[in-house]
Structures are given as C-alpha cells and as structure tokens.
Ligand binder design. Structure first.
Ligand code: TRP
Length: 366
C-alpha cells in the first residue's frame, strides 16, 4: 500500500500560529521526510461555503492568502500537490453517495459539529444542511486521494472517526474499494490546541486573539504585551508564580527549544529550569514575555520574508494551484470511477450492459 497524505484548510482567513504549531510545521516535516509517496493539500473552499454561503467573496479572497501561507512556511509545490476543492467534481459525486451511508442521528452526535453549531448560533437561526453534512464531504476529500494518513488538529478527530465509519460501511457493502484513513495529531499536547493570546480556548479572528503568520513584528509584540495574561497571583517579581494555565508558558511549551535558551536566555538551559525559577519566585513576567517575543520572532520572521517574496509573484502562485488542481482532478476522477464500478453504476464505461439488459429481457419474455 502507498503512503499518501491528504490534509486541508478552509480558506476563511489568513493562517495563524495555531495552524502553524498544530499542523503546518508538521506538514513541512512530513513533506521533507521522504516517507510518503504522495502529499496533497486541499484548499477546502466548498467546505468554507457551508457556513459562508452569503459571502463567497470572502472565500475567493482568502484562497490566495492560504496558499501564500503554505508557501511561506515551506510547503514545496515540487513535493506537495496544492489543489482547490471546488474544482474537483469527483468530490461532489462521492459526497452524494456517502450521504447514503450515514444517518442524521450519527451526524448529530459529532462533537466538533455540535460545538461549531453553537459557536455560529446556528441552533437558533437554522442549520444549513451543507454545514451539518460537511463531515461526509470531508470523507470524500480524504478517500478521493486514497489517503491513509491525515495530519490534522485535535478538533478534527471526530471527522476522521466519521470517515473511517463510512469507509468501512462502503467496503462492506460494495467490496474492498476505499482506503481506511488514520488521523495524525501532534505529539506535543500544547501544540494540539494552542489557545488564543488571551488564553481563550482557540485562536479566532472574531475574538481578536490571533497571531497571524503574516503579522508584522510590531503586531506580534503588541499581542503578547497587550493581551497575554500571566499568573494573576504573581504580583511582585519575588512572588511564587504558576506556570500551568499561564499563556506565556503554554506558548513556550508549544514553541521553544533549548537552542532558543542558548541564544536569548542563557540563564537557563531549558524550559524546565525557567519554569522552576518562575514557580519559586524571582522571575518577572517582563523577562518571560521578552523571551517569548524572541522565540516568536525567530519562528515568524523567515515565514514573513518568504511570504513577501511570493506576494510579488502572484502569477506563479496561481500556476502552482492551477497545475496542482489539474493533477488532483485526474487522481480524484480515477477514484470516482473505481467507486462507481464497485457500486455497479458505471453504466457508460463500456457497452457491456446492453448484453446484460438484452439477456434480462429475453428471460422475462420467455
Ligand atoms: N475541516 C478541516 C478544518 O476545518 C479542513 C478540511 C477540509 C480537511 N477537508 C479536509 C482536513 C480533509 C483534513 C482532510 O481544519
């Protein structure tokens, strides 16, 4: 069996640090590991429309932002296929068939969908059927590429569970056809779900608690200094402090390495030593934040530089997704053909069904 990766993002805004530590960084490592036969990234614009039907312009505008974010973190189009979901008609057809293999009751139990419905206020205003069923469409995304590995954030685990159930059901009814996918989530628990700078559960544009990959150094500094709470009980530098639930330390847990200490804060060999001092008392929040800003800058400044380069060459960016999408059309059409054949609805592959129908009618008329 081939080792194939498929992952994706909704193009509803620029990508932020949460995306980077939770997924993008890992994608680049996987891309460069040489362990995979194929790596595909899907810009899930159709999925984004399921809760943005009234604002397709927003999705259109953000496709370029998301691709720029990919390219600037080191996604290499020579190794990774970047493609656009809406231009892959096979995904729509697969979704339609998979819809029949899942019940509305099962979809209602998806905890991520439940949380998202609540967040968007859909429970009061009416839930778009497309949004409710997007896990089915996501199963189409994954299976169309024959992906066995799907690197995602922790919140996507219920989607993968749903996908596996559909695959198992499909293969049981129609015969072994689809590849059973597996989620891959970051090992570092702090990377799995980086909170917003305000400590709220998730970075979100509407909460204004994001650090975007394309933010300027000044904007990053402002977010850290202006919005990051530390330990409310750590009033004096000499007071003992808490590192758990302290956003500055959560970010350091997700991002910093021993090399960062050698470079910017040589008083400590590693994060454990620094935390130890903070807990004991005597380490000020200012020093911690300054170190974090240095760590963030070391992470973000090369990304920023790379982005600026690509921004000057949008026609190349266009060509990258255009050719990536053309390759993905081929690939996903081949899967759809296999699926139709397994379901025996491939009426127009050849004319053999004419014989079949003729025989059937002859028998009936005997
Ligand atoms: N639902 C994913 C998210 O919100 C995006 C996505 C769409 C995706 N299709 C996918 C992720 C296929 C992995 C595989 O982040």
């Amino acid at each position: 069996m081939k080792n194939i990766i498929l992952t994706g993002d909704r193009p509803t805004g620029r990508l932020h640090l949460g995306h980077y530590v939770g997924s993008l960084k890992r994608r680049v490592e996987l891309q460069n590991s040489g362990n995979f036969d194929e790596i595909n990234i899907l810009i899930a614009d159709d999925q984004a429309l399921t809760d943005n039907a009234d604002d397709p312009g927003k999705i259109r505008d953000n496709i370029v932002n998301v691709v720029l974010d990919y390219l600037s973190v080191g996604i290499d189009p020579a190794k990774t296929t970047i493609c656009v979901q809406s231009a892959l008609p096979a995904l729509h057809a697969l979704t339609f068939y998979y819809m029949n293999l899942v019940t509305t009751a099962r979809l209602s139990r998806n905890p991520t969908i439940k949380a998202e419905i609540q967040m968007r206020g859909f429970s009061d205003e009416g839930l778009p059927a497309g949004f409710f069923t997007y896990p089915v469409s996501q199963t189409a995304d994954i299976t169309a590429f024959d992906a066995n590995v799907v690197p995602v954030g922790e919140d996507q685990l219920p989607m993968l569970e749903q996908a596996r159930e559909i695959v198992e059901k499909f293969n049981k009814i129609y015969g072994e056809t689809l590849v059973l996918p597996k989620a891959m989530i970051p090992e570092n628990e702090f990377q799995r779900r980086l909170p917003g700078v305000d400590g709220k559960a998730k970075m979100s544009k509407s909460l204004g608690n994001c650090i975007y990959l394309s933010d300027t150094a000044a904007a990053v500094k402002k977010q850290v200094n202006g919005k990051m709470y530390t330990d409310p009980l750590h009033l004096q530098i000499s007071d003992p402090g808490h590192t758990e639930g302290n956003v500055v330390f959560t970010y350091l847990d997700a991002l910093c390495t021993d090399e960062h200490f050698a470079e910017y804060l040589p008083d400590y060999a590693n994060l454990e030593e620094m935390k130890e001092h903070y807990r004991r008392g005597g380490l000020g929040d200012g020093v911690c934040k300054k170190f974090l800003i240095n760590v963030l800058e070391e992470t973000l400044s090369p990304i920023r530089t790379e982005r600026a380069k690509w921004e000057k060459d949008i026609s190349s960016v266009y060509d990258i997704i255009s050719s990536g999408t053309a390759a993905a059309v081929e690939k996903t059409n081949a899967t759809l053909a296999r699926v139709r054949k397994a379901m025996r609805i491939n009426y127009f592959d050849d004319r053999s069904i004419i014989k079949e129908w003729e025989t059937l009618l002859k028998k009936a008329n005997q």
